[in-house]
Ligand binder design. Structure first.
Ligand code: OOB
Length: 551
């Protein structure tokens, strides 16, 4: 296995193979089997571009061979930073087919995050679009390349190359399919190897890299698709970023393809676009973060669209309020499935046949019979059923350690391999569902985007006027949480939110991390061991917001 990864112990490997969870097939091959079975079915749609399974296989095959010709080799790492466009899917499968490992970054990431990730992964290449949402990734790539010496190739989706390699130039038919297949057979990866590197939501300053193998990622997609009830008639709207585990494999595009379904791509998260695409393409499965579910329910034009094709909305990434969950069926006419997941692996989901209490108030049950979970107290001892504790998990699709992070792994995993999620949950003994009760980890979940408090505080502390800083989540009716920054200034200094945020943008970070409220204090409340009491700060901002709402 790629150096720096933590493999599953042999006895677990054997068990996962014996029980059929790990099929020992690389992801690219699993997709190709479907393509052979359903060559003429439509697989992928983006605007007026439509691709059949055959075309998708063919394009990704050719691209894979070109990647090899250029010099990429199995286990090389390639940072992929693309919006939801067909080239993302072409490149993703092309890389998987030759065992080159995509490192999946968000388009919102900037120099600060990308250089850290590319350096950590020792990436050999970087795939970008030329421009997206008024931002020049060509400029960013130049800066990144000047900083990260391992990067040898920059591939561009779009028309402007600036001396880099255009993906469109690589997708040209100039070899015989039989030759291509010979080459791809030779490079077909070991299913026990790393397929992708995902980013952690991250409680530490910068994101950790999560190595997912072909075996475990294929299982993730299959079991998710099974629970979500996907089949060859399913039409899945990929609206959240494809680089996110949810859209990629839970069930995501991978799970949809593995059942012969159709994926509709959009890079717009706007409610009107979601409704228009649902009507036009007859979307059946709509994965959304809760903030989007709320926007859809509250959209004043929703009844102007025919949404009758919808079978289920899958809500995941952050907590869905039961009052919101209850509105979905009567107002939109489809089921709501709650999904709790993480890039590290373990997932729980409700089932459309669950009793209403469970569907609305819980995140359901772990997906696999082989998922092992524990709900534990601060000492790691299991709490009695029905009490709140931290969720620990291990199983056939949960990592045993972050990539190249032995020190962090010693804290984030138990000695016997359970991943400590940092989420506080409760098991409802009457229905067997888990419910989210809060979290131990210090991050802000802004509508599904995770922001590490420590990472942001370190950046704020670099401001010359700032003496001390603590960021906390403040409640927001749509996004669930937003960032509130508490700071203590040096004597006689003043600062505005705008000034602070301009400073942070100068640090070249993703915009979604910027604080949306600033509170200045003379001193911070402390816990009895002398640490900043974030609990008190969260309480303070909640009270302030409530008193504004009342007046
Ligand atoms: C998904 O993955 P990540 O890695 O961005 O974030 C994981 C964390 C969880 O540990 C939990 O704190 C939170 O996101 N979370 C939820 C949730 N789903 C995720 N918190 C409350 N309710 C939920 N339903 O977010 C992710 C990955 C795959 C599928 C779905 C979500």
């Amino acid at each position: 296995m790629l150096e720096g990864c933590v493999p599953w112990p042999e006895e677990f490997k054997e068990r996962y193979i014996r029980n059929g969870y790990w099929e020992q097939i690389p992801l690219g091959k699993a997709f190709d089997r479907l393509a052979e079975f359903f060559p003429d079915r439509e697989a992928l749609v983006f605007g007026d571009q439509r691709f059949t399974y055959y075309q998708l296989k063919n394009i990704s095959d050719r691209l894979a061979v070109k990647f090899l010709e250029i010099g990429l080799r199995p286990l090389d790492r390639i940072v992929v930073q693309l919006p939801n466009v067909p080239e993302f899917v072409f490149a993703y499968f092309a890389l998987l087919k030759i065992g080159v490992i995509p490192v999946l970054c968000l388009t919102a990431h900037r120099f600060n995050e990308i250089t850290y990730i590319a350096e950590k992964a020792q990436a050999k290449g970087y795939i970008i679009s030329d421009y997206y949402r008024n931002f020049s990734y060509l400029e960013l790539a130049k800066e990144v390349r000047d900083t990260v010496s391992s990067i040898k190739y920059v591939f561009v989706v779009g028309e402007e190359s600036r001396g880099n390699i255009l993906i469109s130039d690589l997708i040209i038919a100039d070899s015989k399919q039989s030759l291509i297949e010979q080459v791809l057979d030779k490079y077909s990866p070991d299913p026990f190897e790393v397929a992708v590197l995902l980013l952690s939501g991250g409680t530490t300053g910068l994101p950790k890299l999560i190595a997912r193998t072909h075996n475990d990622y294929l299982y993730t997609a299959k079991i998710n698709a099974l629970h979500a009830g996907l089949n060859k008639h399913s039409v899945y709207l990929a609206v959240a970023p494809l680089a996110h585990n949810m859209t990629l494999a839970c069930p995501g595009i991978t799970g949809t393809f593995l059942h012969g379904g159709k994926v509709i791509l959009t890079s717009s998260t706007d409610t009107a676009t979601i409704c228009a695409l649902t009507e036009k393409e007859k979307i059946t499965n709509l994965p959304l973060v809760p903030a989007m579910v709320i926007s859809l329910l509250n959209y004043e034009m929703v009844n102007d669209f025919n949404l009758s094709s919808l079978v289920a909305i899958i809500s995941g990434g952050s907590k869905l309020n039961p009052e919101v969950a209850k509105r979905v069926k009567p107002e939109l006419g489809c089921e709501i499935i709650q999904q709790f997941g993480m890039a590290e692996g373990m997932l729980a989901m409700t089932d459309i046949h669950d009793p209403e209490e469970m569907k609305y108030k819980t995140i359901g049950r772990p997906l696999s019979p082989a998922d092992e979970i524990k709900i534990v107290d601060d000492k790691g001892i299991e709490v009695p059923v029905g009490e709140i504790g931290e969720l620990w998990c291990r199983g056939p699709y949960t990592i045993r350690g972050y990539y190249q992070a032995p020190e962090h792994n010693a804290q984030a995993f138990s000695a016997d391999g359970f991943y400590k999620t940092g989420d506080l949950v409760k098991l409802d003994p009457s229905c067997g569902g888990l419910s989210i009760q809060g979290r131990k980890k210090d991050l802000i979940n802004r509508g599904g985007e995770k922001i590490s408090a420590e990472g942001l505080e370190n950046l704020i502390l670099a401001h010359p006027k700032v003496h001390n800083a603590a960021v906390v989540a403040m409640p927001d009716p749509v996004l669930g949480e937003k960032v509130c920054a508490y700071i203590i200034l040096y004597p006689k200094q003043v600062i505005t939110l705008e000034e602070l945020n301009n400073f942070l943008l100068g640090k070249k970070i993703a915009k979604f991390k910027l604080p949306e409220r600033l509170e200045i204090m003379d001193q911070f409340p402390l816990t009895n061991v002398g640490k900043i009491s974030k609990k008190d700060l969260r309480f303070d901002i909640q009270k302030k917001l409530e008193s504004v709402a009342k007046n």
